[in-house]
Design a protein around this ligand. Sequence first.
Ligand SMILES: NC(=O)c1ccc[n+]([C@@H]2O[C@H](COP(=O)([O-])OP(=O)(O)OC[C@H]3O[C@@H](n4cnc5c(N)ncnc54)[C@H](OP(=O)(O)O)[C@@H]3O)[C@@H](O)[C@H]2O)c1
Length: 297
Amino acid sequence: MHDLAVPRVPSALSGLRIGLVGAGRVARALVIALERAGLPVVAVGSRQPERLSPSRYPQPCTPQQAVDQADLVLLTVADDAIAPVTAALRWRAGQAVVHCSGATEVAALDAAAQAGAHTGGFHPLQIFSDPEQAAQRLAGSTAAIEAGPALLPTLQALAAALGMPATVLPPGMRVRYHVAAGYAASFLLPVLQEAVALWASFGVDEADALQALLPLARGTLDAAQTRGLAGAVSGPIARGDLGTVQRHLGALETLGPSRTAFYRFLAVSQPALAQQAGRLDEDLRKRLEFLLRDADC
Ligand SMILES: NC(=O)c1ccc[n+]([C@@H]2O[C@H](COP(=O)([O-])OP(=O)(O)OC[C@H]3O[C@@H](n4cnc5c(N)ncnc54)[C@H](OP(=O)(O)O)[C@@H]3O)[C@@H](O)[C@H]2O)c1
């Protein structure tokens, strides 16, 4: 009988020795997640291996030693270091080398490809501010993969072993893909920052404001997950409450033109979403858009 506590390793990964080069936050999260998936990392290469705790980064060693011990090397160095680090290392024909950057083209690994290695990208679509939390969130987060036919099945199996749905990126699209990732990650923060600033204008500090506002933000994200973007639009624009939108604009004008401009910029695409959800008719959508674009006329 299969022991449920022992993860099943897909046959495409069986016996594969996985090494990391670059001992930062993504490396730490991958060490944890791969260990839990039954794929312990054989070595972690660092510029300063003596600084690493072996309980956090198994077998700390130099980058070259990690490359020499591994069949699949995940480069978890800073984006700008990917090409120079790859060029400075000796690779074997048939070895696999993959970087974890969203925005860096796989061509940054050309020095390894010239030595006969299979190269690719494996970008975990998650934030890694806290590696332990990130390791837990990897399952269910997408892995954006790019590789040739020899390596692709291995990366797909790796994603599956980590519980990550895989999406294959077409060549040349990484930067565009990464901009989109930024919108869904840190670009959410300026909106919350503006909301917190408005609460500060009536005397509430940031921690209390966030405490109050984050459940609302989570509710919106949950609604987007279950109902799609159009289905998740709520508030006066979705209801077609022109008077309330006018009052919003009036209140913001007293605080300065940049506040109104920010509101208009974010709000102007919402009537179309609300119409798509069947909540507004054509006439009301146009009237709302006219009101929200008024400053530009
Ligand atoms: N952070 C995220 O949310 C996130 C999400 C998805 C993907 N990624 C990608 O994952 C990769 C690693 O990101 P990270 O957040 O783990 O970065 P990080 O915490 O800053 O760690 C990067 C590591 O790269 C090594 N490094 C930096 N500059 C180097 C250089 N010039 N030469 C050699 N090694 C160098 C360092 O390791 P040593 O000092 O041990 O050599 C450093 O700890 C990046 O490609 C990033 O785009 C990050």
